[in-house]
Design a protein around this ligand. Structure first.
Ligand code: B12
Length: 378
């Protein structure tokens, strides 16, 4: 068996659903990344612009790199709703895929080294400087979709990517057994039509600044007012473009693979807003936005999925949360969902008078104008 075939066999044995090999070179579609950056579609993800040279050329990641082993791990599972309402993206419900894919890639690297097939390697799972979807498409793991997600005929968009840049000259090889290259979106535009915030600006181009996923996972700042009601129940990430994609409908239920994180087992939006234990989210992707980011998301979602308990928790956060971003988000949700409540209006008056953070104070002022007085602010 040649080195490429053995590498792909090992990847399967270790538990990856998909594996292929791409050349260690800038991918042919890298100019799409440049156009995306030039149009400012990366919002606050400045590291993507700062690291552009390294991201585009995988040889900068590993100077001795000759090939990229691209792997895919499926994670399809039923939609997950928090107790009492509110949603978390399916990929984030269980164990953090960065750890799961990373551990398996380490096993693969060790096995390849033991068998003398490689000497040096670098692992990448999401956060590393690499255009994962481009290399994965080249390695036959899937085909690019109008939502920009890489799709696989069996798993649709429901699979993670990982990469092992290696110093061996492997033959470029498409994932064996996959008809990934055969798929296409055709005339379907379900994702473009369904995206609540219109973030898919044109087929294949997502504006991170409009994407709910960016605002609930990556951004540490206040969510733009214009997106708040459109965010609906999403408290972490968003699956709308994936859920409407016809390619993913027959994907198997793999809930067991990633499990259910204990903190999500019985938490609701109120607990996400009020919990103050950083250890609670250990091992979960929900660690990423930190305490304040998650509480901000929960506050906004409570404005879109209102309840009496939610109102009380928001009133408490408006007065006592240590984060200005959370206080300001709470003000929006109270005004949006409970504007007829006299007590809420009084609390908002007091909050604006008391707020010491200038950005939060301006946010509360805008909320009161738009949500209570019906005066749109440009
Ligand atoms: C930054 C980032 C984000 C940003 C920006 C998203 C975006 N569309 O760029 C935000 C925070 C919004 C985000 C959201 C999500 N992300 Co994200 N994200 C990334 C990250 C770190 C970089 C992506 C990037 O370089 N974007 C820049 C654009 C220009 O690149 P691109 O969309 O990947 O497109 C490239 C190719 O696909 C190709 N291409 C695209 N369209 C077309 C069309 C044609 C015709 C051709 C030829 C080529 C082509 O050219 C592009 C340039 O190389 C990658 C991990 C990585 N290191 O690559 C994960 C990654 C893309 N994200 C992932 C996931 C799971 C998500 C979410 C589904 C999470 C969620 N449920 O909330 C959403 C999906 C949003 C969406 N529809 O894209 C997975 C995607 C897996 C898959 N099967 O596609 C990745 C690969 C992480 C991983 N290791 O699994 N993400």
């Amino acid at each position: 068996m040649d080195a490429t075939a053995r590498t792909l066999e090992l990847a399967r044995e270790i538990g990856f659903d998909l594996a292929g090999v791409a050349p260690c070179a800038p991918p042919p579609d890298a100019e799409r990344f440049d156009h995306w950056l030039a149009a400012g579609r990366h919002a606050g993800l400045e590291y993507l612009a700062d690291e552009r040279e390294r991201i585009v050329d995988p040889r900068k990641l590993l100077p001795s790199g000759r090939s990229i082993v691209m792997v895919g791990l499926a994670h399809s599972r039923p939609a997950f709703e928090l107790a009492g309402g509110g949603r978390v993206a399916r990929y984030a419900v269980g164990r953090d895929y960065h750890n799961v894919v990373g551990e398996r890639l380490l096993k693969l690297a060790n096995a390849l080294q033991r068998e003398g097939l490689i000497r040096d390697r670098r692992r990448v799972v999401d956060a590393g400087p690499l255009l994962e979807r481009s290399h994965a498409a080249r390695a036959g793991l899937g085909f690019p979709s109008k939502a920009a997600n890489l799709l696989h005929p069996r798993f649709g968009p429901w699979f993670f990517l990982g990469a092992l840049v290696v110093d061996a000259e492997l033959e470029p090889a498409r994932d064996p057994g996959s008809e990934a290259g055969a798929g296409t979106c055709g005339s379907c535009r379900a994702c473009l039509d369904a995206c609540p915030t219109g973030a898919i600006r044109e087929p294949g181009v997502v504006d991170a600044g409009l994407c709910i996923s960016y605002h609930t996972i990556e951004s540490p700042s206040a969510m733009p007012h214009a997106l708040r009601s459109k965010t609906g129940p999403w408290a972490f990430g968003c699956d709308v473009c994936s859920e409407v994609c016809p390619w993913g409908r027959a994907s198997p239920d793999l809930s067991e693979r990633f499990g259910l994180h204990r903190a999500l087992a019985d938490a609701g939006l109120v607990e996400l807003l009020t919990s103050n234990d950083p250890a609670l989210w250990n091992g979960s992707p929900l660690q990423r936005p930190k305490r304040a980011g998650l509480a901000r998301n929960a506050a906004i979602a409570l404005g879109n999925v209102p309840s009496e308990r939610g109102r009380d928790a928001l009133l408490h956060a408006l007065s006592f949360d240590p984060s200005a971003v959370v206080r300001e988000a709470s003000a929006w949700s109270l005004a949006h969902a409970h504007h007829a409540d006299r007590g809420v209006r009084d609390a908002l008056d007091a909050a604006q008078a008391r707020e010491s953070d200038p950005t939060a104070r301006a946010g509360i002022e805008r909320t009161r104008a738009e949500e209570l007085d019906g005066r749109p602010v440009p």
